[in-house]
Design a binder for this molecule. Structure first.
Ligand SMILES: *Cc1c(COP(=O)(O)O)cnc(C)c1O
Length: 428
């Protein structure tokens, strides 16, 4: 197929994320990718500033991850995980247990971030059923969150920006506390917790778990809130007998400037979801980690089994990719590097805050956000950025970047100047 045929068949028959088949927005054909760059048909090599939705942390075509997958492929690419096990999975499990908060001791491998959220929510429900508590069937979360697009994950996404209106009447109804107002890096005011505190106080007997993204809310608005909120949340959950689930799918493995964002608060969850950068962005894969207390309770009461088991559970190729990605993670001080990336982003994008069209500029770790006052024309901004050699995918009022952790200072400066130029152009 030539490029025109690819684009025209794509337009007629292939659904893209959150897209119309009647009037699809422009897509660009990728013909290659290496390091922090992708090759786009008709545009040549451009810097890819999204890490492909937070995932490709160590760059495209990473030689070490390629070699690990090739090596595993020659041994075996897949075996079922029911009644069988393998070294790549066990080694990966050990590494995850060792690097995550000490409370998390058990690992459940699954297919994607959304599925790991489903698994986490099922674990919380089975935990209470195993204890003979039948009325804890609800979840609480904060507004502005994003946990994925599958059924129950969707039910705890932001009720306004998420898909609640489309699916209202069909989705489970949970409790939504106000989004924490105190921002990361600013003073904390304990009244920030009132909304959540009130929900847990009044409805705690119905709530199985609180689920949220620690410190960084990603796809729900790229918002950074104060870690002290999580400390208050942990103690309120303990007080009211509620499990705490941290969704670190986007923030895990150094993205926010700590190995895990919950380390800013030094708070441990009972259940944690990991995905995205877990395989260095090579393939869809995720893990849900649980405490001994959660796992033992599920195993001791009720049916005594955790009732989930995907066909491709612990896929050996994905485990091999993840082990190689963890080797990359360990080969340099990722959190120090992402904190430094954040300083550069803040420094170079910061002046945009002076434009009358810009509402806010913020950066934390390898996440840089320019929040406009009005929704942006995504297609237009993409064209402007491409002229400056950068690929991004803005949404809503946000023009943001999540660069690969391996980006050089030089490329990062190019990325920043492209963003600055595009924002200035749409601000004229
Ligand atoms: C991307 C994301 C998910 C969903 O992961 P998928 O792999 O897309 O299913 C869940 N939670 C958070 C915080 C995410 O950023």
């Amino acid at each position: 197929m030539n490029s025109n045929q690819i684009l025209s068949y794509d337009r007629e028959h292939v659904w893209h994320p959150y897209a119309s088949m009647r009037n699809p927005s422009a897509v660009y054909e990728v013909t290659g990718a290496r390091g922090v760059r992708i090759s786009l048909e008709g545009y040549g090599e451009v810097i890819e500033g999204m890490s492909s939705w937070w995932a490709v942390a160590y760059g495209y075509n990473n030689p070490a991850i390629n070699a690990a997958i090739e090596g595993q492929m020659r041994k075996f690419s897949h075996v079922m995980f029911g009644g069988l096990t393998h070294e790549p999975a066990v080694r990966l499990a050990k590494r995850l247990v060792d690097m995550t908060p000490s409370r998390l001791q058990k690992v459940f491998f699954c297919d994607s971030g959304s599925v790991s959220v489903e698994v986490a929510m099922k674990m919380a429900l089975q935990y209470w059923r195993a204890r003979g508590v039948s009325n804890k069937n609800k979840f609480a979360t904060i507004r502005g969150g994003y946990h994925g697009d599958t059924w129950n994950a969707m039910s705890v996404c932001d009720p306004v920006n998420g898909m609640h209106t489309i699916f209202s009447g069909a989705l489970a109804v949970h409790y939504f506390a106000d989004r924490p107002k105190c921002k990361f890096g600013q003073p904390f005011d304990a009244s920030d917790f009132d909304s959540m505190g009130d929900i847990l106080e009044r409805f705690g007997s119905e709530i199985a778990a609180v689920i949220l993204e620690p410190v960084v809310q990603g796809a729900g608005g790229m918002y950074f809130y104060h870690p002290d909120y999580l400390r208050m949340l942990r103690s309120a959950c303990d007080k009211h007998g509620i499990l705490l689930i941290f969704d670190e799918i986007a923030t895990g493995f150094g993205r926010a400037g700590m190995t895990f964002a919950c380390q800013y608060a030094q708070v441990e969850p009972d259940i944690m979801c990991l995905g995205k950068a877990l395989t260095g962005g090579y393939m869809s894969f995720a893990a849900t980690l649980a405490s001994d207390a959660v796992a033992d309770t599920i195993s001791d009461g009720g049916v005594g089994l955790f009732m989930h088991g995907p066909t491709f559970m612990a896929n050996p190729l994905a485990c091999a990719a993840a082990n190689a990605a963890l080797d990359c993670f360990e080969s340099f001080d990722v959190p120090a590097r992402t904190r430094r990336i954040g300083e550069i982003l803040a420094d170079k994008l910061g002046p945009l805050a002076g434009l009358p069209t810009v509402a806010d500029v913020r950066a934390l770790g390898a996440i840089g956000v320019v929040e406009m006052k009005e929704p942006v024309d995504c297609a237009l901004v993409q064209r402007l950025l491409l002229k400056h050699g950068l690929w991004l995918r803005p949404f809503g009022r946000l023009i943001y970047t999540m660069p690969e952790f391996v980006i050089s200072d030089e490329d990062l400066l190019c990325l920043c100047s492209a963003m600055v130029a595009a924002v200035e152009e749409i601000s004229k």
